[in-house]
Write a protein of this length. Structure first.
Length: 89
């Protein structure tokens, strides 16, 4: 356990950031799971709204530094490809 005041503060700050990142990542996983379920069920309108929601959440996570911006871009691209493949006209 830290004895120096600044070290104690760093531990507190790290815990706060870790909790924020966990919340963000959990929300991301939930939205992506919901999107996958909608695509599997064939619900185009539901999948479209969840796709836009997932894109927004991924961009926000990248902006906060929770995930890398290229990771967010790759995931958005893969979700879009999955949507287009499932519901091509």
């Amino acid at each position: 356990m830290a004895n120096i005041k600044s070290a104690k503060k760093r531990i507190s700050v790290i815990n706060t950031k870790t909790n924020r990142n966990k919340r963000i990542k959990t929300r991301l996983k939930d939205v992506i799971k919901d999107f996958d379920a909608a695509v599997t069920a064939g619900e185009k309108d539901e999948a479209k709204t969840l796709l836009t929601k997932a894109e927004k959440k991924l961009d926000q996570a990248a902006a906060k530094g929770t995930i890398h911006k290229n990771t967010a871009a790759r995931k958005i691209s893969r979700l879009s490809v999955r949507f287009n493949k499932a519901f091509k006209a």
